[in-house]
Design a protein. Structure first.
Length: 82
């Protein structure tokens, strides 16, 4: 654990001159979620207990795993393609 902390500290110290990306604005995140939710869903069974729902348009992908019995969302992920 000490080596990991030392390595992380060293990496941060060396990255001082690196230009970081601009933070993502809340409006952009809301847009990604809204656009992803509008795309047509594709569903497939993952066995007797789970279902995978994918919504994809030209810019975004949303994937969610649902419990087949309760229909509850177990996991949801959003990805911007470009």
């Amino acid at each position: 654990m000490k080596r990991l902390k030392a390595t992380a500290t060293e990496a941060v110290a060396e990255s001082r001159g690196v230009r970081l990306a601009e933070p993502v604005k809340a409006e952009a995140v809301r847009g990604l979620i809204d656009d992803s939710e509008k795309a047509k869903p594709r569903e497939r069974s993952l066995g007797p207990t789970a279902r995978l729902v994918t919504r994809e348009d030209e810019d975004n992908v949303m994937v969610e795993a649902r419990d087949e019995k309760t229909k509850a969302v177990v996991h949801k992920s959003y990805v911007r393609k470009n």
